[in-house]
Ligand binder design. Structure first.
Ligand code: ZN
Ligand code: ZN
Length: 213
């Protein structure tokens, strides 16, 4: 499977726009790509997709982690280009999108082959759990429910391999020692501390980062 960071505050390659927010594309063999969050702004999202050779019409599923604008602001932009994608939102988010199949998730649920949602956790946010050959990869929006809580739910799907996404103010650093990959994005406050503590596992996040697992 492959994860591509489409939208982030930081750049990982030239030619991409940056902005406060988060979005990534998840590709699993044999499935249409899944877009997790949409960043703050549709124009930036679509610009970066074009640069990364991602066809907006090819996306089969859009998952929104939570209702904050830096994760949902690009939704209108992508929906203008894609008329068919199914949409998954946390249970407390009321999303009325005429003509669209919208599923509100309160409990953990499968979304596609090897990809699961934690369901809405405290703080109104869901994260993704992806089964890879190396173990379970956790993908978060902002981690408002708390990284520990998210990892606990994810560990029910197998041995944890890594985490990618916004970790917000998370500071219980030892909780990450069991992971082989730590890729803090977007709103993570303690990026430099994490890179010092876990130099082997740390991977710098940024728009355009591609990761194959
Ligand atoms: Zn955010
Ligand atoms: Zn947020």
């Amino acid at each position: 499977m492959k994860v591509t960071i489409v939208y982030d505050n930081c750049p990982a390659r030239p030619g991409l726009k940056t902005g406060w927010g988060f979005s990534c594309l998840i590709e699993v063999k044999g499935e249409a790509p899944l877009l997790f969050d949409t960043g703050a702004d549709g124009a930036t999202l679509l610009h970066n997709m074009a640069r990364l050779h991602i066809d907006p019409q090819g996306i089969g599923i859009i998952v929104l982690s939570h209702a904050h604008g830096d994760h949902t602001g690009g939704l209108t932009g992508i929906l203008e280009k894609n008329g068919h994608a199914e949409i998954y939102v946390p249970a407390s988010v009321m999303a009325r999108l005429p003509g669209r199949r919208v599923t509100a998730l309160g409990k953990p649920a499968p979304i596609m082959k090897d990809v699961f949602s934690t369901g809405e956790l405290r703080g109104g946010e869901q994260s993704l759990v992806v089964r890879t050959d190396r173990g379970v990869l956790v993908i978060t929006g902002c981690s408002h429910p708390g990284v520990g809580t998210i990892l606990e739910v994810a560990s029910g799907y197998g041995e944890l391999y890594g985490i990618i996404g916004g970790l917000h103010g998370f500071s219980d650093f030892e909780r990450l020692r069991c992971l082989s990959l730590i890729c803090p994005c977007h709103c993570t406050q303690y990026k430099s501390r994490l890179s010092e503590l876990f130099p082997e596992q740390y991977l710098a996040c940024g728009a355009g980062l591609e990761l194959e697992l």
